[in-house]
Design a protein around this ligand. Structure first.
Ligand code: RRO
Length: 309
């Protein structure tokens, strides 16, 4: 038997594949379906103070290389998720609550109430790219530090941070310093690659409605960016802060690459939306077969073992 369970910040996960926040995890029905599936955890949609319908449709578009979205934080509002958490925990796998906000003051308010509902972990989303007129907090190191220190004071469960992709080692180092000062228990890398543009040449038009067609990119085409960020932060912290790898995982080989770069678990966004919940069983089978073929008995045996030339 190949071991596909994993541990993050002391919390044991029965499987290493789970949904990425945003993918099939907004409503009670969707969250309970994740609970019944082979996902190794239930991750909630990032939540705001009030319920939101999100941006106008079409706001998600899948294509062969990946996806583009500008959902605009559709969610039930934090009170609904706080009420749901005890029921979700009865599914027998960890619950990760993703906390967002439309302004800095929202985050501690939501974090405190959600913490009281005792999810197994809280993920603070500093990287929503799709609120018109609001830049991502994760691209502002000072604002990120201020916010993380505020939420850390009210969060007693393991606290993680979902970061946007960075494209320069100077930015990895700067955010690494911030993370190192904020008592962060885990990282989730990466959110979608923000503000891409997909064009339909036939219709001579954009493919999603919000923000003139600009949106966050996911899927296969972002895998190298995700791997680079997992690797960069794994090296900065020398493996001491566990990392959830997110971005471009379509098959077992992609997941293996994330583990080699240093991930302890992986999340599935685009391909979960495209394929549905059955994807978790497929990915487990593919990863187990690959690890077996390579002579690894568990994911921790290959974690971070990427060779440099
Ligand atoms: O809801 C969204 O538009 C969204 C969010 Br909050 C996020 O963090 N990442 C993303 O690609 N879309």
């Amino acid at each position: 038997m190949i071991g596909l369970s994993t541990t993050i910040a002391g919390v044991k996960f029965p499987g290493c594949f789970m949904n990425a926040a945003g993918a099939l995890c907004v409503t009670r029905d969707e969250l309970l379906a994740l609970g019944r599936s082979k996902a190794g955890a239930i991750v909630t949609k990032s939540m705001t103070m009030e319920p939101r319908h999100g941006n106008p449709e079409p706001r998600y578009y899948g294509f062969p290389g990946g996806s583009i979205n500008s959902m605009g934080l559709p969610n039930l509002g934090y009170r609904a998720y706080a009420d749901l958490i005890p029921e979700l925990k009865r599914c027998g796998k960890p619950v990760i609550a993703s906390v967002a906000g439309l302004c800095e003051d929202d985050f501690p308010t939501i974090a405190e109430a959600i913490n009281a509902a005792q999810p197994d972990l809280i993920e603070v989303n500093l990287s929503c790219p799709n609120i018109p007129g609001k830049p991502q907090i994760g691209y502002d190191a000072e604002a990120s530090e201020r916010l993380l220190k505020r939420v850390r004071r009210v969060i007693t469960v393991p606290m993680g941070v979902k970061l946007p992709p960075y494209f320069d080692p100077a930015h990895h180092d700067a955010m690494g310093k911030v993370i190192g000062r904020c008592d962060v228990d885990f990282l989730n890398l990466i959110n979608s690659v923000g503000n891409g543009l997909v064009v339909d040449p036939e219709r001579e038009a954009v493919v999603i409605k919000p923000k003139g067609g600009f949106g966050g990119l996911g899927g296969t085409l972002i895998k190298p960016v995700a791997l680079a960020n997992v690797r960069a932060f794994y090296k900065i912290f020398q493996g001491r802060i566990p990392i959830i790898g997110t971005g471009g995982i379509v098959d077992g080989v992609d997941a293996f690459e994330h583990f080699l770069c240093g991930a302890s678990a992986v999340q599935i966004g685009t391909v979960l939306v495209e394929e549905g919940l059955e994807v978790f069983g497929r990915l487990e089978t593919e990863l187990a077969a690959l690890l077996e073929k390579k002579g690894y008995r568990a994911i921790e045996d290959c974690r971070g073992k990427l060779k440099e030339l």
